[in-house]
Write a protein that binds this ligand. Sequence first.
Ligand SMILES: N[C@@H](CCC(=O)N[C@@H](CS)C(=O)NCC(=O)O)C(=O)O
Length: 282
Amino acid sequence: MTDGITRLEEHRCHDGVQGFYEHASAVVGLPMRFGVYVPPQAANGTVPVLYCLAGLTCNEQTFAIKAGAQQHAAAHGLVLVTPDTSPRGTGIAEADADWDFGSGAGFYLDATRSPYAAHWRMESWLLQELPQVLARHFPVRQDRAGILGHSMGGHGALTLALRHPDRFRSVSAFAPISAPGEVPWGQKAFRGYLGEDQAAWARHDAVRLIEQGARVPPLLVDQGLDDQFLATQLKPERLEQACAAAGQPLELRRHPGYDHGYFFIQSFVADHLAHHAALLRA
Ligand SMILES: N[C@@H](CCC(=O)N[C@@H](CS)C(=O)NCC(=O)O)C(=O)O
């Protein structure tokens, strides 16, 4: 333990440090893990922070290991934070039954339904508690935060930014679940975590939030056209329609031949880091 966080691993990486940490989360009521990449520029003072949210079945290591983002964070002087995707070790047997719900599938919201409400408090952890932990232990500028995510994490990046526009200066996504209330992954999660209240679903649905007037800085979204989840779960055209109708700036790039995985992400991650750096360092 070091004043509230446990250091699990640290590795030199592109002249900075990639670490993985755990802290006793009061909000979640369990230990929570996260990765932090500190770029070399942080030796001279605090730098902007970019939260990187991963998808279903992932944890705090997945984006850090597979996306290849550190070299670009080192070039731009950004701290990268990779939170775990759900509480772990909750003792709720049904939470480990499916790969697309429960453990590894927190959907970046606070559950209101039993038994999940006790620990599935990902939004409060990410917005309230984790930033304070980061401020105490890492050289981050609290007033310069961006957020990106992949798939379920893309949903998280879009909805957290739309719900808390004062907190994020830059937003982007890879293959996000754009309209969770309309697709099986999102419907299963919302039913399990929120119940049948459609108004509650809408508060965590990027398309619905934009339709209802929420706005964020210009969005960058990349989507592979050979993504096996494109038509059934992701529906980028719904995001495109909502943004066009609302006047929300969106650059949606469709890439022939790319699938859903991290080889797609690492092919375009440089553009995302540049997008965030331009807005965070301005
Ligand atoms: N387990 C699912 C796939 C889950 C999946 O593709 N997860 C994505 C996020 S939604 C991911 O990033 N997986 C981890 C990886 O590719 O390393 C299946 O078998 O269809």
